[in-house]
Design a protein around this ligand. Structure first.
Ligand code: ATP
Length: 421
């Protein structure tokens, strides 16, 4: 039996807020591979890692390529290193590229490492030690922080995945307004949703396929299938050249960052979780429009936040009431607040306790602490201080999921349209 051997290539941390994108660098590598007769095995990967990583430029993504480990492997390595050397934004302090070559089987230890890079923080030293012990060939540029993501990008098992088609601009146009015909984006969404998703935020009239940074990406379309992406690309009209485009296989929109935990106390800061709890108080808004409420269980309580950028989602959150049982999905950020990405109603509390209604039809008021109630209209008194249960109409629905809008969605968050509900 002939054993086919592969070379895995990981690249990360090549861009800066002023330009470049590791996916563009990957597409340049792929083009040069093609010119030299080097074909990829499977699609290139774009792997999103810990959303709370401190040094990320934007979405904390690393890129991985897989090729045959044959006589052209050395040439492939040379091409990768040359491209990283030539295209990385070295002037930026925060750009510290890392490249990994690995020619063995992906082990369970490597898979565990990849999940750790999504769930936790990893130092450059830890990544380097792990990479060496796993047998990776490591190339660090400047501090080489990119090796953290590079090792994860080649190692992550993709039990669930999506695709993203990225179209790239001519360098003459970098930093200028993108010439995208928005009507055609609406048409594309009508024709291809839900096979493609996250195209438009209708509530905000926000074209989500268009990046807002000066990077080489003209647009990015996300989908469950390659066919839908190709159809979508044919529909979207642009008024500037597309110099290249590339389809990546990704862990975007899979909820891979979400860890199931038994209770609130099991969660840690900078982790992303799914946890069940009872709403403790009516949500309140603070200056800046951020909305907060607490959930609790036997183990403790945590403040949950729906921040201003989540726009209309806050209106939905405002309908939560004490006693509601919900399952929240999200992450615990800088302020130790659980940043809600979506929630499911487990059980709505549809009973509210109110003052009794008097025989004359007027709702009674308290007559003082433990002094029962009195009616301001007819003067009647009640000795009992017990409020009466009243069934209330709820806007929210049992078992229903509610999510943040597309404009506020994390790369890793699974939208409801992918949840087979
Ligand atoms: P873009 O979205 O444009 O690709 P980015 O947001 O991916 O940019 P990078 O420039 O790749 O940002 O920087 C992220 C850095 O964080 C990389 O050096 C990566 O290796 C590192 N990193 C990734 N995951 C972790 C982690 N779990 N712990 C610590 N560092 C991490």
């Amino acid at each position: 039996m002939i054993l086919i051997r592969y070379l895995y290539i990981g690249v990360d941390d090549t861009d800066s807020p002023d330009g470049m994108c590791t996916t563009y660098l990957a597409s340049q590598i792929i083009n040069e591979f093609r010119d030299n007769g080097i074909e990829l095995v499977d699609y290139p990967r774009l792997i999103r890692l810990n959303p709370f990583a401190r040094h990320k430029t934007r979405g904390n993504g690393g890129v991985a390529l897989k090729i045959l480990n044959d006589s052209k492997a050395d040439m492939a390595k040379r091409i990768v290193l040359e491209k990283v050397e030539k295209l990385s934004m070295f002037d930026c302090d925060n750009t510290n590229p890392g490249v990994i070559f690995y020619d063995g089987e992906i082990t369970s230890e490597m898979e565990d490492y990849a999940f750790r890079a999504i769930y936790e923080f990893i130092t450059i030293e830890e990544a380097e030690e792990f990479g060496r012990s796993a047998g990776c060939e490591i190339h660090k540029f400047k501090k080489g922080r990119g090796i953290i993501g590079s090792i994860a990008a080649i190692s992550l098992p993709l039990s669930d995945y999506t695709y993203e088609l990225l179209a790239y601009r001519s360098s003459d146009n970098y930093g200028t307004k993108r010439q995208i015909d928005y009507d055609s984006v609406y048409e594309m969404d009508r024709e291809t949703f839900p096979d493609t998703f996250e195209n438009i935020d209708y509530s905000e009239n926000y074209i989500a396929i268009e990046p807002k940074t000066p990077c080489p990406v003209l647009y990015g379309i996300r989908s469950d299938t390659v066919e839908a992406l190709k159809k979508a690309k044919d529909i979207v009209k642009v008024g500037e050249p597309i110099v290249d485009w590339c389809i990546f296989k990704t862990n975007q929109h899979t909820d891979m960052h979400i860890q199931e935990v038994p209770n609130i106390a099991s969660m840690k800061q900078f982790g992303c979780y799914c946890v069940e709890g009872e709403v403790k108080n009516k949500p309140t808004v603070i200056d800046g429009g951020h909305m907060f409420f607490y959930i609790m269980d036997d183990s403790g309580e945590i403040e949950c936040g729906a921040y201003e950028p989540t726009k209309n989602f806050r209106k939905i959150v405002s309908h939560l009431r004490p006693g509601d049982k919900i399952r929240v999905y999200g992450g615990i950020g800088e302020q130790n607040t659980f940043n809600v990405e979506k929630f499911q109603v487990i059980h709505l509390n549809d009973v509210e306790y109110r003052n009794p209604v008097c025989e004359c039809g007027k709702r009674m008021t308290s007559a003082g602490k433990n002094k029962g109630f009195k009616c301001k209209k007819c003067g009647k008194k009640l000795e009992s201080s017990k409020k009466v249960p009243i069934k209330i109409q709820r806007f929210l629905k049992n078992a229903q999921f509610y999510e943040t809008p597309v404009s506020a969605r994390r790369h890793l968050s699974k939208p409801l349209c992918r949840m087979n509900l």
